[in-house]
Ligand binder design. Sequence first.
Ligand SMILES: [Zn+2]
Ligand SMILES: [Zn+2]
Length: 421
Amino acid sequence: MDYIADLHIHSKYAGACSDQLILENLDRVAKIKGIQIIGTGDFTHPLWSKDLKGRLEETEGSGLYRLKGSNTGTRFMLTSEVSLFFGNGDAGSRVKKIHNLIFAPSLEVVDQINDRLGKYGNLASDGRPILQLSNSDLVEMLYKADPRIMVMPSHVWTPWFGVLGAMSGFNSLEEAYGDQVKHIYALEMGLSSDPLMNWRISKLDKFTLLAGSDAHSLPKIGREAIVFGFDDEKVSYGSITDAIKEKRIKMTLKFYPEEGKYHFDGHRACNVSLSPEDAKKYGNICPRCRKQLTIGVLHRVESLADRKEGERSATAKPFVHIIQLQDIIAYVTKKGVGTSSVSRLYDAFIKEFGTEFNVLLNADITKISEIEPEVGRAIENVRNGRVRITPGYDGVFGVIDILDQMPEQSKRGNQKRISEF
Ligand SMILES: [Zn+2]
Ligand SMILES: [Zn+2]
């Protein structure tokens, strides 16, 4: 059986996050989206972890939890993200700032983690706390506390806070984690990169490439996810982390990387967006303000790549690019996401097909078109990679065009991007 998991989300206690990110909403929205396993996010936060302890119950000793009194079937996995800073600028090295994801096997272990991490920062300050701790110290400490705990770098390519980002100061996970890299099994690709890009770097082959929404509000849940295929009906924390360790994930559901906020190079304030090729022509200097450009993910991947575009790693797993149903409906109807007309149509699709992922991935296009023909056509285009995207840059999201463009008009965005396995 397939299980769809979104293991990177945040609660209402994390910075710039919606106050709607509470347990009953996560439980409900996961069901509508078609997500069977959702991360709790933010278990390091004292108020959120109190909520988790009071309102979740473990399902049959599995290390996964359900909301008490709920019949949605949604399973919660205990997850959190921390923002590390370390290095004192000695010997010309600058301070490093790196985000890491943590998975925990039980609420008891969450307490042990929080006791330890609380010594390195104020856990109550934010759902994603800032800790004065190095990558390797974090991994070593948590591995010693309980070897079932899993740590991995989040959104590895983002210019700031991503372990391989242009500003991180690291060129490999070995450099970033030292000998503790032996306990790193996976990395999160982030919204601005996809497997095709990560496969270009052979030293990443040994890591499982994961996807997560990093949702800061309810509608963003499931904009990326992992699909696990388990023979056994009894999914557990152990079966999920073993599948990650042993590269047995079935596939990832990915944002189009061009749509991500840091795909191209540029300057948001100067309204300048450049491909890596063009940025290099300008010496990576902004042609408007003459300051250093924010180097995006595509450029950074190319600078570390030792394989050509289109080459695939031997450990590659299938992936599919997706665009969220609300975004597709908003695009087709030319109404904003969150307007009542978009919500009405969205609800009609969920009523007919059960879940959003069923609409996006499986439902018959003819049947989708019976509800709204243009949505049917748009979903068919997305499934076949016939999408044109104006790439995002320096914090600006990319802009999608799903209906009007012919395939040959775009360089990358509308090639057939569903990997064929
Ligand atoms: Zn992060
Ligand atoms: Zn500029």
